[in-house]
Ligand binder design. Structure first.
Ligand SMILES: [Zn+2]
Length: 455
């Protein structure tokens, strides 16, 4: 068996790895590389192998950086099944349709500028129809049920990261390869904890937080409650940028719990994202992914709803929030403040020292979210500079990614690991994590992109 890491190598975006065994070619993930525009088109539109010669894709989960380039793969000749868990299939369909929409908007904007310069128009990376074609290839398989791709036997285990997220185990030629996908924090709300794979000859592993520790989750909830209570008390608004998939549901779940316990004041809370609304509906029909605590709660109440929680679909209703004078909480996309409705809320409140921007998730370099988290001021929003006067608080307890010690703890519970290949982390994080493993007598290293590795 041979593994070639092609994406999310020494970076966190564009997850994609090729596995070749017994004449079969499997692609683990086909994520969108997210970066500056020129790089975005260059990297996403050119595969370093022939898509037509891939027999199957095995998808770890439905985040855009893991599934978002599937429509390009299909357009360029891939015609096999895209295996994923049932919940991942449902969420991926929403994510891919939204991605096609975002790309249409982006290319419309770019082409306006190009036309004014007399340049020929650009085509989007993929269209809505091409996204639908990729969605048509999604083939769902439940956790724990092995399936075959040629002579390879593949099994999904729960990764506890977002709804439907999976660890992939591939057995072929008497060797076993494990791919962690993204791993969630143990004890995170809603979902079960990551399962432990069997003995592995090679473990391909995410290292997003390979050298960082998160705050404990109970302390995180306490800090969230304190920050929200203080802001509401002084009459401010609480703005929370969040991914539509995963973080939004964790937050509504946690705010519900805090509200029920009287730990946050009762103020209107808005989930301002049509996509988050669609994804929350998918969460509701996939109880099979919930942990026992959430299942037990289902019998008493709706874990994603509470009095005062409003889901905002219409754009005009979203804009009307700006006219409100009384305190409220708004959760809006995108998670790194790069696009979406959070930008309108930010522009409106960035000069208001009473309001709060609560950053609860990973912020990649070169994003507005990262600049705000780093205390940069002024920042550009819609091309205009704004002095940052609102309070900015960063809480990492709500991360959907396990931290360094949680990752190490998980590896230690695998019965045997031949070697660990560290991917899906900024270079510094991946290198540090490989060192931590080496110090614990586990063979580990960070590959270079395109390097063939014998399993
Ligand atoms: Zn993810």
């Amino acid at each position: 068996m041979r593994l070639t890491p092609w994406g999310a190598v020494r970076t966190v975006t564009g997850s994609m790895h090729l596995v070749e065994t017994g004449g079969v070619r499997l692609l683990l993930d086909c994520g969108l590389f997210q970066g500056r525009r020129a790089e975005f088109y260059e990297i996403n539109s050119r595969f370093p192998f022939s898509p037509a010669r891939i027999d199957a894709v095995v998808l770890s989960h439905a985040h855009l950086d893991h599934c978002g380039n599937l429509p390009t793969l299909v357009r360029q000749g891939f015609d096999g099944p895209i295996y994923c868990t049932p919940a991942t299939g449902d969420v991926a369909a929403v994510v891919l349709r939204d991605s096609a929409k975002v790309q249409h908007q982006d290319v419309t904007f770019v082409n306006k500028i190009r036309r004014s310069r007399g340049e020929p128009p650009m085509a989007p990376l993929y269209t809505h129809e091409e996204a639908e074609r990729a969605i048509h290839h999604l083939t769902s398989v439940r956790y724990g049920r092995a399936f075959s791709v040629g002579a390879a036997r593949v099994t999904f285990l729960d990764a506890g990261h977002i709804l439907g997220s999976a660890i992939t185990v591939i057995e072929a030629e008497d060797r076993t390869l494990g791919f962690s996908g993204d791993l969630g924090r143990p004890g995170a709300p809603i979902l079960r904890d990551a399962e432990i794979p069997p003995a592995l000859d090679l473990l391909l592993m995410e290292t997003t937080y390979g050298d960082r520790l998160h705050e404990a989750q109970a302390a995180g909830a306490q800090h969230l409650a304190a920050a929200v209570t203080e802001t509401i008390g002084r009459g401010g608004k609480v703005l929370i940028p969040a991914l539509a998939v995963g973080r939004t549901q964790d937050l509504t779940y946690t705010l519900r719990e805090l509200g029920a316990a009287g730990r946050v004041p009762a103020v209107p809370t808005y989930v301002d994202s049509p996509m988050a609304i669609d994804v929350t509906e998918i969460y509701r029909v996939h109880e099979e992914c919930f942990d026992e605590e959430t299942r037990a709660r289902l019998e008493q109440h709706d874990p994603f709803g509470f009095k005062g929680l409003h889901y905002v679909r219409a754009a005009d209703e979203s804009q009307q929030l700006n006219a409100k004078h009384d305190p409220f909480i708004v959760i809006a996309t995108s998670g790194m403040c790069e696009s979406g409705r959070i930008l309108h809320h930010l522009r409106h409140h960035i000069g208001d020292p009473q309001s709060l921007l609560l950053i609860v998730s990973f912020q990649a370099v070169h994003t507005l979210g990262r600049r705000l988290a780093d205390g940069v001021s002024p920042v550009n929003i819609f091309g205009e500079p704004h002095e940052v006067r609102l309070q900015v608080v960063v809480l990492d307890a709500f991360s959907a990614h396990a931290d360094r010690d949680e990752l190490l703890g998980w590896v230690h519970r695998v019965p045997r690991v031949g070697q660990v290949i560290c991917v899906h982390g900024e270079e510094r994080q991946s290198l540090a994590f490989a060192q931590h493993l080496t110090a614990r007598a586990i063979t580990a290293r960070v590959p270079v992109r395109g390097e063939p590795i014998a399993v």
